[in-house]
Ligand binder design. Structure first.
Ligand SMILES: C[S@@+](CC[C@H](N)C(=O)[O-])C[C@H]1O[C@@H](n2cnc3c(N)ncnc32)[C@H](O)[C@@H]1O
Length: 269
């Protein structure tokens, strides 16, 4: 893909093959996690403070992180003594880093094997759940990568993977702010290997964001096919959650003004 430009956007929310979308996500995040430094630890601690305070889960409960990236949220839980943690991501680079970074983590908290990481589509993990989870996380706009029909499927699978009364906590784009605050953004980040150009265009009429990434290193210029991300409002999230039998309990401000947290909870029998 060296130096390629002017791609057609990947995924318009309906026609694209699921395998194609997953492959594109895996490749993009392989590069992202290969080049871009981790979120500041302080942000992750703040997220976990909020998750621990707002959920009904306890350190002995099973937790699954969908699209865990390098496992930062699970590591923070392990540091606080949580011991039955699983992370899954389609990016092999993210999972390799997650395993490396979590290597010494057991001594700090949850004990040997506190976290396991799998590199696979999270839909596959959700389909083969044996013992259900008390809590499922899906952080940092991971669900916003998907059109409605895919989200409905993912939430339905997640509902079956949760214990009755179990929670799904998802961080998504803030529908009140993001379509205006991200208009026409072009940022350049210094990354250890060079520069990452990051552009966002808004399609307000269809409530979508078009992301373009270009990784520029001294030897390579890797431009990604632009990728749609989706901005759903509370009414849509509520309806998606309800159709998956995972009612939306509450929405609250996210860690930044461009994100919102959704708290869904599987009905108790
Ligand atoms: C924006 S990153 C968030 C990473 C992590 N949750 C965090 O907060 O740092 C989204 C992650 O979800 C992963 N992902 C997206 N769709 C996936 C799927 N269907 N199965 C597995 N991983 C997926 C991507 O590879 C990427 O690592």
């Amino acid at each position: 893909m060296n130096g390629t430009q002017n791609h057609e956007p990947l995924s318009d929310g309906c026609g694209i093959e699921r395998d194609h979308r997953l492959a594109a996500i895996g490749t993009l995040f392989d590069l992202w996690f290969g080049y871009v430094p981790e979120e500041p630890a302080e942000n992750t601690r703040r997220d976990i403070d909020k998750i621990v305070a707002g959920s009904h889960a306890a350190p002995s409960d099973r937790v699954l992180d969908l699209g865990c990236g390098t496992g930062r949220h699970l590591r923070e839980l392990a540091l606080r003594g949580w011991s039955r943690l699983k992370g899954v991501d389609v990016s092999a680079v993210a999972i390799q880093k997650a395993r490396q970074m979590s290597h010494g983590c057991s001594v700090c908290g949850g004990g040997e094997g506190a976290i396991t990481f799998n590199c696979e589509p999270f839909e596959d993990t959700l389909k083969k759940v044996g013992e259900p989870y008390q809590m499922i996380l899906c952080m940092d706009m991971t669900l916003s990568l998907y059109p409605c029909d895919e989200i409905r499927r993912i939430l339905a699978l997640a509902a079956h993977a949760l214990l009755p009364g179990g929670s799904l906590v998802a961080e998504v784009w803030n529908w009140k702010t993001v379509l205006t605050s991200m208009e026409g953004i072009h940022r350049v980040f210094d990354i250890p290997a060079g520069k990452l150009h990051y552009r966002v265009q808004t399609d307000r009429a269809n409530r979508r964001l078009l992301f373009s990434h270009q990784f520029m290193t001294p030897r390579n210029s890797i431009a990604f096919p632009p990728q749609w991300q989706y901005v759903y409002d509370e009414t849509i999230w509520r309806s998606l959650a309800e159709s998956a039998e995972l009612p939306l309990e509450r929405c609250e401000a996210g860690s930044s003004d461009i994100s919102t947290w959704l708290w869904m909870r599987r009905n108790s029998p």
